[in-house]
Write a protein that binds this ligand. Structure first.
Ligand code: F6P
Length: 497
């Protein structure tokens, strides 16, 4: 055990053994609690005051962060050093928004310029009269662009966009029904350009075009990839391949050419604002003291509950219909990044949904279930809809009421109706939902995930766990009989394949 490890152990012990005052007691004891545990940055207001963080815990976490050299590791991330040690790579997503390593930033600018030229060319009709965009990709190659388009797309986009990820043919059936192949652009998004589901969906989409009489389907096809050679071999014209560096992980890739359909549908200006918003959060993460650093305070709270109070999950609820995909997006970001063994129990499972819907389904468990589930509320002060303001008011009223109820609980003589409260929540309030605030919000989550990983001794940038299933699937598809499969799997294959 190194000195550094043994110091980390001491700090974890201090965190685990710290006194556990209730939230109400914490508010009573510290009149400046709200001031200390709220952060305002880049159009976002973060309220951590309804978590159990207090001076004692924050001090212990700051000491832990120092013993784990969080500042050095953060600087290494931005400097483009090899932080993804298992794969021998940097993690250059911050450079996509102009932050950090100058060489990586220059490369990103060049690739963005290429991307912009293709956006301009399509807008000027160089690929014909494009009205529909069929984006094909999975995981990080789908969730990011889909989130951006759903959150910011509104109803006045010049293009209908469908993001298809599942290999189930049902997923393609909808766009095939709605879109006119002659006016459709296919965007094949795959970092590796080898992912089975994506390649099969891409083949089927090209076939759909051919069958409808499109003479040159590849002429309406773009590739977004870190493996341009494979895209070339597949048949995509070199001028319509938008590469991005291998050093950008799939779940961190929406800032790169993977964001192409969003740049096209939302407009280049909007894509630039998105990058600027993320860059503002990068600056905050780099420069703010840990005690006022939003991603770091959030990571402290996450770790307090997952490590000291053994909370196995945490839940995120977007109180805004436009952000309905955010919990799914964050689930990939957090679980694929930090669902690994490190020096401590793995980080909490992220799940969630949309408010107010979720109040009428899962919130019962949050109020009275015996699991401890820290909750995160995300809301937007300015309404997204143009309906009667009563709608947006009702949305926010419900959001704030839930946080208050989780903390307060209810006293009642009847034990079935009583509940203790003291349940933690965090609230993130955006002034408005626009490309810049969304960029800052996503970057906040990336840095929070990174900070958490560094304190847990995890490499957040690899994902070897998902490879085995892919290998077995390939084997079954090729020739299941040559595999030494368990009896249960063999029987299922026998029945259905
Ligand atoms: O299976 C997991 C994963 O590797 C993700 O990390 C990635 O975002 C997704 O598959 C898709 O990979 P690709 O972009 O290479 O098609």
């Amino acid at each position: 055990m190194t000195d550094r490890d043994s110091h980390a152990d001491t700090h974890w012990t201090a965190i685990e053994q710290a006194a556990r005052p209730a939230l109400a007691e914490l508010f009573d004891a510290a009149p400046d609690r709200l001031e200390k545990l709220t952060v305002e940055e880049a159009g976002l207001y973060f309220d951590f005051s309804k978590t159990h963080l207090d001076d004692v815990l924050v001090d212990a976490f700051v000491a832990l962060a120092e013993s784990r050299d969080l500042a050095g590791r953060r600087d290494a991330l931005f400097a483009g050093e090899i932080v993804n040690v298992s794969e021998g790579r940097a993690a250059d997503h911050p450079a996509q928004r102009g932050s950090g390593n100058p060489d990586a930033v220059a490369l990103a600018r060049g690739l963005h310029a290429r991307m912009r030229s293709l956006v301009d060319a399509i807008e000027s009709g160089a690929l014909g009269d494009i009205r529909h965009i069929l984006h094909i990709g999975i995981g990080g190659s789908a969730l990011g662009p889909k989130l951006l388009i759903e959150a910011l797309g509104g109803s006045d986009s010049a293009y209908d966009v469908a993001v298809v990820s599942n290999v189930d043919g049902e997923a393609l059936a909808g766009p095939f029904e709605l879109f006119d192949p002659a006016h459709t652009l296919i965007a094949i998004a795959s970092k590796s350009f080898t992912t089975g589901e994506t390649m099969l969906n891409a083949e089927s989409a090209l076939q759909w075009m051919r069958e409808d009489g499109v003479a040159d389907p590849f002429g309406q096809c773009v590739a977004l990839t870190a493996n341009p050679d494979a895209a070339l071999d597949f048949g995509i014209d070199e001028t319509r391949i938008l590469p991005f560096p291998e050093s950008i992980g799939g779940r961190y890739s929406l800032w790169s050419s993977i964001g192409f359909p969003a740049a096209l549908a939302l407009g280049w200006e909007a894509f630039e604002r998105l990058l600027e918003g993320a860059a503002a959060m990068d600056r905050h993460f780099r420069l703010a003291d840990w005690r006022g650093n939003a991603p770091v305070l959030a990571a402290f709270a996450d770790l307090y509950y997952s490590q000291a109070r053994r909370a196995e999950s945490r839940a995120v609820f977007a109180y805004d219909e436009r952000l309905r995909l955010l919990p799914d997006y964050l689930q990939q970001l957090v679980t694929e990044s930090n669902g690994k063994p490190g020096d401590r129990p793995t980080s909490a499972i992220l799940w969630g949904g949309v408010g107010t819907d979720a109040q009428h389904s899962v919130f019962q468990l949050l109020h009275q279930g015996t699991h401890l589930v820290p909750v995160e509320f995300i809301a937007v002060a300015e309404a997204g809809d143009a309906l009667d303001p009563a709608h947006h008011e009702a949305l926010l009223v419900n959001c704030f009421a839930q946080g208050a109820a989780l903390m307060a609980g209810r006293a009642n003589d009847d034990p079935a109706r009583a509940f203790a409260g003291d349940r933690p929540s965090t609230t993130i309030l955006l002034e408005q939902l626009d490309p810049a605030t969304l960029g800052a919000l996503i970057a906040f989550y990336e840095h929070r995930t990174f900070a958490e990983a560094m304190l847990l001794g995890i490499n957040p940038f690899d994902q070897f766990g998902v490879e085995l299933g892919k290998e077995i699937a390939r084997g079954i598809a090729e020739d299941a009989e040559t595999l030494d499969l368990d009896p249960s799997t063999a029987a299922l294959i026998e029945r259905a394949l």
